[in-house]
Structure formats: C-alpha cells, structure tokens
Design a protein around this ligand. Sequence first.
Ligand code: C2E
Ligand code: MG
Ligand code: MG
Ligand code: MG
Length: 281
Amino acid sequence: NDAAPGAERIAVYQAQSDQAYQRRIRLARDLRYAAQHHELSAVFQPKLDLASGEVRQVEALMRWQHSQLGMIRPDEFIPLAEQTGSITMLTEWMIVAVLSQLRDWIDRGIHLQVAMNLSARDLDDPEFPRRVERMLRAQQISPDYLALEVTESAVMRDPQASIDSLLVLRDLGISLSVDDYGTGYSSLATLKSLPVQDLKIDKSFVLQLAENSDDAVIVKSTIELAHNMGLRVIAEGIENAGSLAWLKARHCDVVQGYFISRPLSAADLERWMDETRGTFV
Ligand code: C2E
Ligand code: MG
Ligand code: MG
Ligand code: MG
C-alpha cells in the first residue's frame, strides 16, 4: 500500500513514454511517404534588411500536415528524419519546392533570395553540391537567388567534408549562413574556417534581448565579432519593437522574427510584401 502512489507515478510515466515512443515510430514510418502523399509544404519567413528597410530575402521552412495527426512541427520531425535517413529525401523535396517557387517568382518579376536549411547528412554527401548545381541549371536560376543555412553542429559532424562541400557551393555563387550561432560547440577557429557570408544569432539569445542584460552582452559582442570577421549579422526571433530598436542601434544587418512576420505561404507573403513595404524602419 505504501508503495502504491510511487508505483502509480511510474506506471503513468511509462504509459507516457510508451506513447511518445509509439508516436516516434509512427512519425518515422509515415515521414517516408509524406512527400508522395502531398503532405509537405514550404512556408517563407521574411528577412528584413535594416539599412534599406527592404525585404530581399526569405527563409523557407518545411511544414508537415499529417493526414491523421495534424500539423507536425519541424523541431519534432527533422531530428527524426536525421536519425532515420529520411532527411536526404526531405532536403531533395525542399530544393525542388524552393527552386520551382523561385522560378515562378522570377517569371513574375518578384526578386527574392530564398534560404533553405541543410542537415549534417547533406553536408557530408560529396555529391550534394553538384546536384544543387544541376538543379539550378535545369531551372535556369542564377545561384545568387539561393542561400543555404547550416548549423555549427551539422558542420562539426564531419568538419572537413562539410567545409569542402561549402567551398564548392560558395564558388558556385550560393550564399551561405551559419544558423543558430551560439548554441553549438564549435570554436572560433571553426567559425573562421567556414566559407560563409552571414552569421545568424540563435533566437534563444534574441527573444528577451531588451529585458535580459546577459543576452544583450552576448548579442552585442557577437555582432562586433562577426563584423570584425567581415560577416553580415542576422538576428532571428525578433518578437517585439524593443529588440528591433536595440538591434538597429547596434548595427545588426538583418532581422527575422514574428514581430516582422510569421512564416507565410507564398501567396500570403506576396500580399504581405505589397501591404507592408517599408513600415518597419
Ligand atoms: P531555424 O532554421 O533556426 O528556423 C527558425 C525557426 O524559428 C523557425 O521555426 C521559425 O518559425 C522560428 N521563428 C522565427 N521567428 C521567430 C520568433 O520571433 N519567435 C519564435 N519563438 N520563433 C521564431 P520552425 O519553422 O518551427 O523550424 C524549426 C527548425 O527546424 C528550423 O530552425 C530548422 O532548424 C529546422 N527546419 C525547418 N525546415 C527545415 C528544412 O526544410 N530542412 C531542414 N534540414 N531543417 C529544417
Ligand atoms: Mg534556418
Ligand atoms: Mg536558426
Ligand atoms: Mg533552429
């Protein structure tokens, strides 16, 4: 009798972790068919250039609308896809989606650079850069319309292979960014060796920027470090006017966050750009 409450808690915990496990198994399996079942889509979040007040770039982010389980967030399915190997297929799906969106925009006189996220496996694959080159050529899209975002941890899995791939991609004329900067374990030496143009400060340092003095110190020094290394700085996770003003005063180059806009479908993005051009600076 004494042990009953504890045992009950353990039973509840086991039921929950069992459920979480079952969900992971199911998602891992269904993910393999998500593309064929037309359950994937791309949304686009504007990146605001603070000097000009213009949006010239967007980040493409993947969405998975599961037929029974509803919308699954990338923070849940991307790590699963990385573990199971489905990520290669998801990246391929995303490149096709981004390039066909770009083709459509360019044909209609809309000139935006689109960034997409890569995973460690994409960077470790020595064929990847040439595949991207072929796909750009097939759609007749100039490489400077495309940007690729890589995290420090993705690079660190196989730094040499990653840097080799990044060099080829950069030489093609594709823009490269380090994503989620500050959350990984790479050194300044690694950062220095990466052939990137942009450094994206992780949103965990930006969300409470105006209220948290530790975050403010980190972001301020990161902006200075990046500028001294000749990199452009992008801050993600701008949720209020306070952090926007703060970043502008400290010469951050580009901002991205819910305060500017949430990620939008292509049609909603076009409407948003028509309506809000220039209101933020
Ligand atoms: P990320 O590349 O760092 O993308 C930024 C994430 O922050 C996005 O989440 C975006 O919706 C969210 N975000 C933007 N502004 C704000 C803000 O003001 N406040 C808050 N709280 N969040 C904001 P999302 O779309 O859920 O994606 C999460 C992560 O999943 C991405 O982080 C990226 O690492 C990964 N991901 C998304 N799409 C892809 C993809 O196509 N391929 C790969 N490999 N990874 C992807
Ligand atoms: Mg990103
Ligand atoms: Mg990020
Ligand atoms: Mg992230």
